[in-house]
Design a protein around this ligand. Structure first.
Ligand SMILES: *Cc1c(COP(=O)(O)O)cnc(C)c1O
Length: 364
């Protein structure tokens, strides 16, 4: 077998997986990578040292399985979110993608349906398919916004088992008012998961969907350390919901799914939440500068409450994408006509992107 690859269709693959392609943001090695909404600021050195100390301690007992219920980590996330949440309300896994997968394993599955308002996070349909559920795409207005009335009507019509609400939405950056979330919850019988991967980049006076959890047992809010905490490589995501909801996830998780090293690293980062989040304001400032300059250059940036901007007015997105790549800047073509998506980087990276873009004529 070694090295000889056989075509996929010769394997007894599940019928419903035939013809699918894996999640694939191109992984190119470039000086300025602004394509997958990472936090491009590295973890500060003193924080990294403290995280390493915690990992070193965990390593001394790595011959044993880790705490299966990751009690200390759940408590730390409850403290971080506030709102009177307790350990029982919290869940965590290896990235919020795994959290979402576990939600689907518990509440989706074969013959069930998963709903989201497109365009939205491209992993949702893939995760749904992975558990044998059908994906139903709802619609947004032309500017990608949603009203409570339209959202509730579409969800009531579809009658899904699981709803994913990306707030703010990826890949458009669009804010989602809490009224939309409340209306969707009231309009369905399924579970409603608000994906707040980018919540820390929203205006500080805007309440999180965590404030809606009280007396809504079918509602869950997922978060990640990948973006605001600059921790994408550590793979840590989490979720807040009713104790019954998190209990359900224990039925489908693998035993000891969160390694002792991951738990130690996440606890270390949470001890320094203030320092880790200090970079968020810088990134928001770069995002807003990027939006203003894109407008000045004649592009049409959409409102964004995240760490990236989708901008329209691009004549030929593939051509502009390639021209930027040739100039050492990697952005994302998310497949929306006439647009590209770019992550806010450090001040230098953002400036480089804007200067290179200005040197390319790509207006429609
Ligand atoms: C980046 C992102 C995530 C985070 O995924 P992780 O698995 O935690 O790295 C989740 N949801 C959305 C919409 C994202 O853009």
């Amino acid at each position: 077998m070694g090295g000889v690859s056989s075509p996929l269709d010769e394997l007894p693959l599940r019928d419903d997986l035939r013809g699918m392609s894996p999640y694939g943001a191109p992984q190119e090695s470039v000086p300025i990578a602004l394509n997958v909404n990472e936090n491009t600021h590295p973890v500060p050195e003193d924080v990294a040292d403290d995280i390493l100390d915690g990992i070193a301690v965990a390593l001394q007992e790595v011959n044993r399985y880790p705490d299966r219920e990751f009690v200390a980590l759940r408590e730390a996330f409850a403290d971080y979110l506030g709102q009177g949440l307790r350990r029982e309300n919290l869940w965590a896994a290896n990235g919020s993608n795994e959290v979402l997968q576990q939600v689907l394993q518990a509440f989706g599955g074969p013959g069930r349906t998963v709903f989201g308002f497109g365009p939205t996070y491209s992993m949702y349909p893939l995760l749904a398919r992975g558990v044998g559920s059908d994906w139903i795409a709802g619609e947004r207005a032309h500017d990608f916004t949603l009203t409570p009335e339209s959202a509730a009507r579409q969800v009531a019509d579809a009658d899904p088992d699981v709803v994913f609400l990306c707030a703010p939405n990826n890949p458009t950056g669009t804010p989602m008012p809490l009224e939309v979330i409340e209306a969707v919850y009231d309009a369905c019988r399924g579970v409603v998961v608000v994906d707040e991967a980018y919540q820390e980049f929203a205006p500080h006076d805007q309440p999180s969907a965590v404030t809606l959890l009280h007396e809504r047992p079918r509602l869950a809010v997922s978060r990640t350390m990948s973006k605001a905490f600059a921790f994408a490589g550590a793979r840590v995501g989490y979720l807040a919901a009713s104790p019954a909801f998190t209990d359900a996830l224990r039925l489908v998780r693998l035993p000891y799914h969160l390694s002792a090293l991951t738990q130690a690293a996440a606890l270390g980062a949470l001890r320094h939440a203030d320092t880790m989040l200090a970079m968020v304001d810088d990134i928001v400032a770069q995002r807003d500068r990027m939006g203003a300059t894109l407008s000045a250059l004649g592009y049409e940036p959409y409102e964004s409450w995240s760490n990236f901007i989708l901008f329209g007015g691009v004549d030929d997105p593939q051509r502009t994408w390639r021209a930027l790549l040739e100039r050492g800047v990697l952005v994302r073509d998310v497949g929306l006509a006439g647009t590209l998506r770019v992550t806010a980087g450090t001040e230098e990276e953002t400036t480089a992107f804007l200067e290179q873009l200005a040197s390319i004529d790509s207006h429609s």
